[in-house]
Design a binder for this molecule. Structure first.
Ligand code: 13P
Ligand code: SF4
Length: 301
């Protein structure tokens, strides 16, 4: 089937089903192009919470669709590919978190939204890359447990006076971006600014001019006076940065920094999801009620 036909069918089904299509900034370009809203993890969860649609087609990974299902239990949430997971979220289970908490009685748990609903249900509050420092500072405690990203935890620890005890997880996509990649690209683009995501290694963050979530990168791109920017995050965001900002040249710090799970969503799968109303993401009420508390505390902040 030619692309125009697929687009026409998606448009028709979106209307019939009263659906909204949400896409993360790492989605492939043609999926971003059909989305009603494209954004970072925080923006997507806020959008899912306020949307009036009956169906949410979530073009992202499983934990994001779960968050939408938790915030909007009356809506049908569809993930076009059921295997689009997040390996970092899978580094910690609810049981592992319970055992870890038992070793640190009384400590509060901040969980990055890149976690399963069960792990969120065991947490005091969630955070995203755009509000992690604020969330940690909002707690009165001196010592905090942080799951699952050790790189984000290290970044937050440097921005606060708190002692952060971190789970030993990380995002393999951001972890493969090395200081040597930044230095190599800087040799080609010596005047370029360097923007990196806080999921990057500390030594990469040390070389950056700015440390930004994907949503903050999108905003910074609209405002920057820089002629060239090297972007240290999943390379899919370059599509949006270039599309929206012709004045600045954006280059990935590492060309092959792709998240295979984010790239599993295609136009054909979005169409099939709407046509067959699959794959539904549901969270049992017993889990979702507790997880919702942690997510809503974050949204309030
Ligand atoms: P943000 O878009 O919230 O910065 O998150 C990045 C990410 O790795 C999502 O999986
Ligand atoms: Fe998970 Fe990293 Fe992929 Fe985001 S980019 S979904 S954190 S593996």
């Amino acid at each position: 089937m030619i692309k125009e036909e697929v687009l026409a069918r998606i448009a028709e089904l979106r209307r019939q089903r009263k659906a909204v299509i949400l896409a993360h900034n790492y989605q492939i370009g043609e999926v971003q192009d059909i989305a009603d809203y494209t954004g970072d993890s925080l923006g997507l969860s806020q959008e899912a919470a306020r949307s009036r649609a009956e169906v949410i087609v979530f073009c992202g990974v499983h934990f994001m669709a779960e968050t939408a299902a938790i915030l909007s239990p009356q809506k049908t949430v569809l993930l076009p590919d059921p295997h689009a997971g997040c390996p970092m979220a899978d580094t910690i289970s609810a049981q592992e978190l319970r055992e870890w908490k038992a070793r640190y009685p009384g400590r509060k748990v901040v969980s990055y939204v890149n976690t399963t609903a069960e792990v969120k249900a065991e947490s005091d509050i969630c955070c995203t890359s755009s509000n992690a420092v604020k969330v940690v500072n909002s707690l009165p405690d001196e010592e905090i447990l942080f799951v699952p990203d050790k790189n984000l935890a290290a970044y937050v620890a440097r921005q606060t006076k708190k002692r952060i005890i971190a789970w030993d997880g990380c995002c393999y996509v951001h972890n493969q971006i090395l200081a040597a990649d930044v230095l190599a690209k800087k040799r080609i683009h010596p005047q370029a600014e360097v923007w990196v995501h806080p999921e990057c290694r500390p030594e990469v963050i040390d070389l950056a001019d700015r440390v930004l979530s994907t949503g903050h990168m999108v905003k910074a791109a609209q405002e920057t006076m820089a002629q060239e920017v090297l972007v240290g995050t999943e390379a899919g965001i370059i599509y949006r940065l270039r599309k929206e900002n012709a004045r600045t040249a954006f280059f990935p710090v590492r060309d092959m920094a792709f998240c295979v799970n984010m790239k599993k969503i295609t136009l054909i799968k979005v169409w099939t999801a709407l046509e067959e109303m699959k794959f539904r993401v549901e969270v049992p009420t017993s889990v979702s009620q507790r997880a919702r508390g942690a997510i809503e505390k974050m949204i309030q902040i």
